[in-house]
Ligand binder design. Structure first.
Ligand SMILES: [Zn+2]
Length: 265
């Protein structure tokens, strides 16, 4: 399930308008945006009940943020959760639905299939923390290498995932991001102009063995630097792609036997 391009533009414009209005310079602060919008909030340890939650009570809104997370124990995870909950407040349809019902809106930042409301709030959050105009200004005239992703996470205070998704959406170089777990491709995202569309191991979803990620699952090897791989090891194509080389940079999160590959030409 996805959001239409028209809707994406609406959400991105809304988010960027709010960032520019409340935090015109420097890091976008969800706390400042909440305070200036009359939304109260608190941080607390809520086990794994939720990552963030927006509560409505008689016209008042409150955001709960869960500091307890084993998956992403850094500040960028909380900033994203906060921005996501602000999305449920600032997106008219979400706020109105919450006002009508009495239900609490619990949200999770997990790589699980999500419903459209959650996808919209994620999209809003990404654009609130990384407004497109500032993003483009930062990357323009820079030749792509993985360092740019690292500097973007610092510049915008965002997690690697949020930063990569933004780059897939609005970056100046086509990339693909592949999440694999237990030697299987679980999700992937790519820029619209990324030149390959079909994985070689399409039916089995198994990681191709002669790739950097495949090497990790088959031999436990980790490679910290971007490495060269044959395009034909990852992808199949109607065209002859023998001899085409790609870069693959892998990130090895410490949980769930997961690898994130970033692939570019
Ligand atoms: Zn949510």
């Amino acid at each position: 399930m996805g959001i239409s391009d028209v809707r994406k533009n609406e959400l991105a414009d809304l988010a960027e308008f709010i960032s520019t209005d409340y935090c015109p310079n420097g890091l976008v602060s969800p706390e400042i945006i909440a305070e200036q919008s009359g939304i109260t909030y608190n941080y607390g340890e809520y086990k794994d009940c939720f990552d963030g939650m927006l509560e409505h009570d008689a016209g008042d809104f409150h955001i709960y943020l869960n500091t307890q997370s084993i998956l992403y124990p850094d500040n960028s995870r909380l900033r994203f959760s906060f921005a996501h909950e602000l999305g449920h407040y600032f997106i008219d349809e979400h706020r109105n639905a919450l006002k009508k019902g009495k239900s609490l809106h619990k949200s999770y930042q997990r790589l699980l299939p999500k419903n459209i409301v959650e996808i919209e709030a994620d999209y809003f959050a990404s654009n609130l923390l990384i407004p497109t105009n500032r993003f483009i200004k930062f990357i323009q005239r820079k030749k792509f290498d993985f360092q740019i992703i690292d500097s973007l996470t610092i510049e915008f205070g965002t997690s690697l995932s949020a930063t990569l998704l933004k780059f897939v959406e609005s970056g100046n170089h086509p990339i693909m991001v592949v999440y694999s777990q237990n030697n299987e491709i679980k999700h992937y995202w790519c820029s619209t102009d990324f030149p390959f569309k079909y994985f070689l191991e399409h039916s089995s979803k198994k990681l191709p063995p002669l790739t950097v990620a495949g090497d990790f699952f088959n031999h436990g090897s980790k490679c910290d630097e971007p490495d060269r791989v044959e395009a034909s090891e990852w992808f199949s194509s109607y065209n002859d792609i023998r001899g085409i080389k790609l870069w693959e940079k892998c990130i090895y999160p410490t949980y769930n036997n997961t690898v994130i590959s970033i692939i570019w030409e």
